[in-house]
Design a protein around this ligand. Structure first.
Ligand code: NAI
Length: 684
């Protein structure tokens, strides 16, 4: 028998145990094992029923995604489920932990589903760019109806057992021991087969069905997997089960190999790998209960909310009472909004806010375990804050800075304990954005880093480790991208064309719209600070400086790359800006040319890829796939494109090399060209 499945006997009931740690993925071994178990169940006259249960912490939590990139090996999941249905004896799925994707489909193939409270069930395949491929789109509607099945499958919902019971997705919630409860349930079935395939799809209101489909398409941004899921559910409802299954499977097989599904699988593995830090192996993080946040501005308030939501005690520090009051009011309003939107109940909001205190007296930082500084982005202010912190924080506390660009080592050396200093670079809004760059200073101790990474996880962020280098990972790549976009407006494109091209690629917003939103003055100040050390021969685009000199700092001043009319929604193209751009081109003797959307997209992406290769070669980040996670979770890069590194790998090394030659030529003096080989996984 397969090693991944065990067969035990309890009186007249067989107990089939899936044992494929860590998540009991439904891999080839498991499928073989379940088939063998079904055969044994069928041939042993003393057995009248079986339960299928997961060993360890979970039922089958999902498919083995590694198998999805290659031809699938037999037996495939539909054959296993067909064998369960064909077995004359009832089989009960006993669920705990998670029964997701193929795991829940297998459960749907059984005669009944029982679960302990807390179990998560669902069909999240669309989040991986595919649809359920082993009957999920056929069997779930027979349990919950078509509109609900569309909602659940298209949103990839994971539903807790008690809610799942109400919806009909499981048959009972077992109190007490799952195995015992499931065996008792199996005996009650007394030899009856009750497969879902014997049921009809419940009739529904066509208007409700249409509304559910439209809503799913809207939320799912019309992604191919969402469209395919709706088709597989709706278009087969009037057909027999076998025909429906065949249509579903064909659609699954096509989507499985699509570039979108490959991109999403890449990100799944990238996320899993991002948590691995060989250098920190075996370092146990410190227990953190109290967090101090210095600065209650945009970032500080958001960081405080994030920490409150994660269960920490939070002490918020400001310079003066009015600023503190503003920060506290912002947090109170945020929670009031959550209650009004029914996202949080009043009791939970009160409990969270009760863990918050605000002060202008630094003495309250004396017993916190971690401090996160979010004051003005100015090295002298930061140094002063860290020197003061050094005097009040207890020994062993972790001291973190949210700086975007400043030198973490300079900040760390303002203290007597640089080993306790790390960067925690949150993204705005800090309570929403998933990305968190954890910055390793030259002196940061493994303990400080391991603790920062652990806190990041507890804050439900995606922590990515970066070395202390200008702009860390994300801002450095984003700067290269923005610079390339500025080159293109100098050569002949206009901001609205660049923005439209990149939005059509899938970015939430184009770079010039982003610049207007976040304010042009910040980058301007930085450029002025760097002016003395800049290579005088390097190509420099004057346009953003000219806009700033005219007081055009973006949305907040009503004008930047675009104009923002008071009271009007959205932005308008401003002829003044077009004039500034034309004049800038003329002053350099450039004859403007039309640049096609395809070239805009290609150059913008190549600039990211080039910078990614440079910073990998410099050792700023640990692995290439981290870069994709940063761009997707912090900068609006479209998820379904997999990130710049995935995009580069799809293009292939040879094409990429000649692309970069061209980019180097077009970019002119000062462009640092990378060797893109570092972006490709080494042959084993
Ligand atoms: P902000 O100007 O909104 O807030 C800064 C706050 O710090 C102000 O309320 C100010 O009163 C307070 N403050 C200044 N000096 C202080 C001191 N000595 N003691 C106590 N409080 C003091 O600035 P924002 O945008 O929140 O930025 C804070 C930090 O976060 C900066 O280092 C910035 O680079 C970084 N950051 C900002 C992002 C953004 O999108 N705004 C994104 C990521 C990082």
């Amino acid at each position: 028998m397969s090693n991944a499945v065990h067969f035990e006997i309890e009186g007249d009931v067989a107990v089939i145990i899936i044992d494929n740690p860590p998540i009991n993925a439904g891999s080839l071994d498991v499928r073989h094992g379940v088939l063998e178990a079904i055969e044994r169940l069928g041939s042993d006259a003393a057995l009248s029923a079986a339960i299928i249960i997961g060993g360890g912490k979970t039922f089958i939590a999902g498919a083995d995604l590694k198998e999805f990139g290659a031809p699938l090996q037999d037996p495939q999941l539909p054959a296993v489920i067909a064998a369960i249905e064909a077995c004359p004896k009832p089989m009960i799925a006993a669920l705990h932990g998670a029964a997701l994707g193929g795991g829940y489909e297998l459960a749907l193939g059984c005669d009944a589903r029982v679960a302990v409270a807390g179990t998560l069930v669902g069909l999240p395949e669309v989040t991986l760019g595919i649809i359920p491929g082993a009957g999920g789109t056929q069997r779930l509607p027979r349990l919950v109806g078509l509109p609900a099945a569309i909602r659940m499958i298209c949103a990839g919902e994971r539903i807790e057992a008690r809610a799942a019971l109400k919806l009909g997705m499981i048959d009972t919630v077992v109190e007490g021991d799952l195995r015992e409860g499931a065996i008792a349930f199996a005996r009650q079935l007394a030899g009856q087969k009750t497969p879902i395939r014997a049921r009809a799809v419940p009739a529904c209101d066509p208007a409700e069905l249409e509304a559910a489909s439209q809503q799913a398409l809207k939320v799912g941004r019309n992604r191919p997997a969402v469209r395919a899921a709706i088709e597989a559910i709706r278009n087969t409802a009037h057909l027999g089960m076998d025909e429906g299954l065949a249509i579903e499977r064909a659609s699954f097989q096509t989507l499985r190999l699509s570039s979108e599904a490959r991109a999403l699988r890449h990100l799944f593995f990238a996320e899993r790998d991002s948590a691995k830090h060989p250098a920190l192996k075996g370092v146990a993080p410190l227990a953190i209960a109290r967090i101090g946040v210095i600065g209650a501005g945009t970032m500080g308030a958001g960081i405080a909310i994030s920490a409150l939501d994660a269960g920490y005690q939070v002490r918020l520090i400001e310079r003066e009472e009015p600023a503190l009051a503003r920060g506290l009011a912002y947090i109170a309003e945020y929670y009031a909004g959550r209650i009004a939107a029914k996202k949080l109940d009043a009791e939970a909001a009160t409990e969270r806010q009760a863990r918050l205190s605000g002060s202008t007296d630094w003495a309250v930082l004396g017993d916190v375990d971690l401090v996160i500084e979010a004051v003005f982005e100015d090295i002298d202010v930061k140094k002063e804050v860290f020197a003061r912190l050094d005097a009040v924080a207890c020994q062993g506390a972790i001291l973190a800075s949210n700086t975007s660009y400043l030198d973490l080592d300079a900040i760390a050396h303002a203290t007597s304990r640089p080993e306790d200093v790390v960067g925690l670079h949150f993204f705005s809004p800090a309570h929403v954005m998933k990305l968190l760059e954890v910055v390793r200073g030259a002196a940061s101790s493994p303990l400080a880093l391991a603790t920062a990474l652990e806190v990041g996880k507890r804050l439900r962020k995606l922590p990515i480790l970066s070395a202390n280098a200008f702009g860390f990972i994300g801002n450095r790549i984003y700067s290269a991208y923005r610079r390339q976009c500025e080159f293109m407006i100098e050569e002949g494109a206009y901001p609205e064309q660049v923005d439209a091209a990149l939005e059509s690629f899938g970015f939430a917003m184009g770079p010039f719209a982003v610049a207007d939103m976040s304010g042009l003055d910040i980058a301007w100040r930085m450029r002025k600070a760097q002016a003395a050390t800049r290579d005088p021969h390097a190509r420099y685009v004057q346009i953003p400086d000219t806009l700033c000199e005219a007081g055009r700092f973006g949305r907040k001043t009503g004008a930047g790359y675009y104009r923002y009319e008071p009271g009007a929604k959205g932005k308008t193209v401003d002829p003044v800006v077009l004039g500034v751009i034309d004049a800038a081109s003329a002053s350099k003797g450039l004859s403007r040319r039309a640049i096609a959307a395809e070239e805009i997209q290609r150059r913008a992406l190549l600039s990211m890829v080039n910078e990614a290769a440079l910073l990998l070669a410099e050792g700023v980040c640990e692995r290439a796939s981290d870069i994709d996670l940063v761009l997707i979770n912090g900068y609006g890069f479209p998820r379904w494109e997999g990130g710049p590194v995935f995009w580069a790998r799809e293009r292939g090394l040879a094409a990429l090399k000649s692309d970069l030659d061209e980019l180097e030529h077009l970019s002119g003096a000062g462009f640092m060209r990378s060797n893109p080989e570092v972006l490709f996984p080494r042959e084993a």
